[in-house]
Design a protein around this ligand. Structure first.
Ligand code: OAD
Length: 293
C-alpha cells in the first residue's frame, strides 16, 4: 500500500530525461524528478518523420469515425493568442536573467516566494488582455463531436476554458488560482483585481496554484489523463515541445495502446518520431482544417 502510494506519487512528479521510446519513457516517468529531456536526444535531421502539408485522407477518416479522442496541448496552442512559449524557435524564456525553470521551481518558492509571485503576476498581467485563438475555439467545438473527448493541457493560462472548453484537465495548474501553503485552500484570482497575500482560514502565505519543477501534479489529474490515453483511438499532440514529463508520456501511453497519433507543431519534437502523422504548422491554422469535412 505504501509502495503503491509512493509509486503513484512519483508518477505525478514532473520531470524528464532518459532515452525515448514507449517503454523506456514509462520507466523515466516512474523515476524522474523535474529535469528536461536532453537536447542531445532530440531527433536528428536525418530521422525519418512523415510530414504532410495537407490533412491526409487517413486522418480525415479516423477523425470522422473515432469515438474516443484525446488532445494534449502545450504553450504553442496559445502562441497565436500572443502568449509567449517557453521554448521553440531556438529560444528559451528568461525572467530577469533567470531561466524560467529556475524561477518556476519548488526551491524558489521556499527561497523567494515574492519573486515567484512577481513572475506569475507578470504572466497574468500579459494574459488579461489576450483572447483565445482559432485553435482554442476549434478544440472547444471538438468536445461535441465525439462520444468521449478528453482535453489535457499543460497550460496554466485558462484560454481553453475562455474558448468554451469544459472539463479541461490542467496538469500544471492555473495562474488564475492561488493556494495556501498551509491548509492548501484554493482561491480564484480575478482579472484586474488585487490578489490576496494570505489565507483567510489559517493566515499562511498563498502561492501560485501551479505545478513547479520538482513538485507533484495535482492529485488524480495525470491518472485520469493516462487512463483516457490508454483507451483513446485518436490522439493529437498540439503545440508542445514534449520535453516535460509526465505530460509528454501521455501520447506515448496512447501510442502503446494502439491509438493513431497526430502532432501539430511548426517544429519537430522528440515525439515526432512516434507519431503517425506530423502536421507542420500553427495550431490555429491546422486544427480548423482537420475538423473541416
Ligand atoms: P514549450 O514552450 O516547451 O513548447 C512550445 C511548443 O509550441 C514548441 O514545440 C513550439 O514549436 C510550438 N509552437 C510554437 N508556436 C506554435 C503554434 N502557433 N502552433 C503550434 N505549436 C506552436 O511549451 P510546453 O511544451 O507546453 O511547465 O512546455 C511544457 C511545460 O514546460 C509547461 O507547461 C511549463 C514549462 O515549464 C510549467 O510551468 C510547470
Amino acid at each position: 500500500m505504501v509502495l503503491g502510494h509512493q509509486k503513484a506519487a512519483r508518477l505525478r512528479r514532473i520531470g524528464g530525461g532518459g532515452a525515448r521510446g514507449p517503454s523506456k519513457s514509462l520507466d523515466r516517468r516512474q523515476t524522474a524528478s523535474l529535469t528536461l529531456l536532453s537536447r542531445a536526444l532530440l531527433p536528428s535531421k536525418k530521422m525519418q518523420v512523415m510530414q504532410t502539408d495537407l490533412i491526409s485522407a487517413e486522418l480525415r477518416n479516423r477523425f470522422e469515425h473515432a469515438r474516443r479522442v484525446l488532445v494534449l496541448t502545450g504553450a504553442g496552442v496559445s502562441a497565436e493568442s500572443g502568449v509567449p512559449t517557453f521554448r521553440g524557435g531556438g529560444n528559451t524564456a528568461v525572467w530577469k536573467g533567470m531561466p524560467f525553470d529556475v524561477i518556476s521551481s519548488a526551491r524558489m518558492v521556499e527561497r523567494d516566494l515574492p519573486a515567484v509571485w512577481e513572475w506569475f503576476d507578470y504572466r497574468r498581467s500579459l494574459l488579461q488582455s489576450l483572447q483565445p485563438n482559432p485553435a482554442h475555439y476549434e478544440l472547444a467545438r471538438w468536445a461535441d463531436l465525439f462520444s468521449e473527448f478528453t482535453l489535457v493541457t499543460q497550460n496554466v493560462d485558462g484560454l481553453h476554458q475562455a474558448a468554451g472548453s469544459r472539463e479541461v484537465i490542467e496538469l500544471h495548474g492555473s495562474v488564475w488560482r492561488a493556494r495556501c501553503v498551509g491548509c492548501r485552500t484554493s482561491y480564484e484570482i480575478v482579472p484586474h483585481e488585487r490578489r490576496l497575500d494570505n489565507c483567510h482560514g489559517c493566515g499562511a502565505w498563498l502561492r501560485p496554484d501551479v505545478v513547479l519543477f520538482g513538485e507533484m501534479l495535482p492529485p488524480g489529474a495525470f491518472e485520469v489523463a493516462a487512463e483516457a490515453a490508454a483507451s483513446c483511438q485518436l490522439c493529437f499532440v498540439v503545440g508542445t515541445s514534449a520535453l516535460v514529463y509526465p505530460a509528454a508520456s501521455i501520447p506515448e501511453i496512447a501510442k502503446a495502446a494502439g491509438a493513431y497519433i497526430c502532432e501539430v507543431n511548426p517544429e519537430r519534437t522528440p515525439l515526432s518520431a512516434i507519431c503517425d502523422e506530423v502536421l507542420t504548422g500553427k495550431a490555429g491554422e491546422v486544427l480548423p482544417l482537420i475538423g473541416k469535412s
